[in-house]
Design a protein around this ligand. Structure first.
Ligand code: ADP
Length: 239
């Protein structure tokens, strides 16, 4: 969300800067098993946003004081590579990456049968290789795939997608420029089977009826993401 005006129009004759319609997703690419040393891994691209996720565990948590006696501890780290954006990003954690790591954990936890692995830890590492908007939701899709690839028992996959408003038009899957100049944006994560929402954030201002409409657009487009996730998982085993 920004109060600044974009240098170019973000919407011309109903088409967005990359030619998409308001309810159109960018090109999606998904692959699992991309990091042999990890227990599970995935690479997910939404247009020019490329993210890799790796899962290690469940494995014994050696620091006894951190162990949970009734479930596994889920640790998530979201990180943007210094070369992932046009101007080099300084390495190391920031307020933003700490927040995204936390909301990623909250978005994933409801899907995982953590209670089956007490006293263990599941580490989820999310690395943004190239950033062009909506990195947190792309990261959540990749992490969910990597968890499934690791064989971690889950209630459902987590599907995540952003929605928002540009020039009074409701859109989904914001690219970088749209993200920077949007009037509002909503990252959403949910379990498609029972439509349980596990993450909903909002930046900017929207009417309640606009929020409802964006959520509907996201859930509808999420069906395609869910299919792509299942295809990527099946793909590994068909090979
Ligand atoms: P999200 O990536 O989940 O949409 P933000 O709204 O915080 O999260 O970021 C929007 C976009 O701004 C990112 O996807 C990325 O393209 C860009 N961005 C974020 N941090 C930086 C940074 N340090 N330098 C350059 N661009 C950035």
């Amino acid at each position: 969300m920004s109060l600044k005006k974009p240098e170019e129009k973000l919407l011309v004759d109903g088409k967005r800067i990359d030619g998409r319609k308001p309810n159109e997703l960018r090109k999606i690419e998904m692959e699992v098993g991309v990091i042999p040393n990890a227990n599970g891994s995935a690479k997910v691209a939404f247009g020019n946003t490329i993210v890799v996720a790796a899962v290690y565990g469940p494995r014994t948590l050696h620091s006894k004081h951190l162990q949970l006696y009734d479930r596994a501890l889920l640790l998530c780290r979201y990180n943007m590579a210094p070369f992932s954006v046009e101007e080099r990003k300084s390495p190391g954690p920031s307020r933003r990456s700490i927040e995204i790591s936390k909301v990623t954990r909250l978005a994933l936890e409801p899907a995982i049968f953590l209670e089956e692995y007490p006293q263990t830890v599941i580490d989820v590492y999310i690395e943004v290789i190239q950033a062009d908007g909506s990195t947190r939701v792309t990261g959540i899709n990749a992490a969910s795939l990597a968890l499934a690839d690791a064989g971690v028992p889950m209630r459902d996959l987590i599907v995540a997608l952003s929605g928002g408003k540009i020039e009074d038009t409701l859109i989904i899957d914001l690219c970088g420029k749209e993200d920077n100049y949007s009037e509002a944006d909503i990252p959403l994560a949910f379990m498609p089977r029972n439509k349980e929402i596990t993450l909903l954030q909002m930046d900017g201002r929207l009417e309640p009826k606009e929020v409802k409409k964006i959520l509907k657009m996201i859930v509808k487009a999420g069906e395609k993401i869910y299919e792509e996730q299942k295809k990527a998982l099946r793909g590994k085993y068909e090979e």
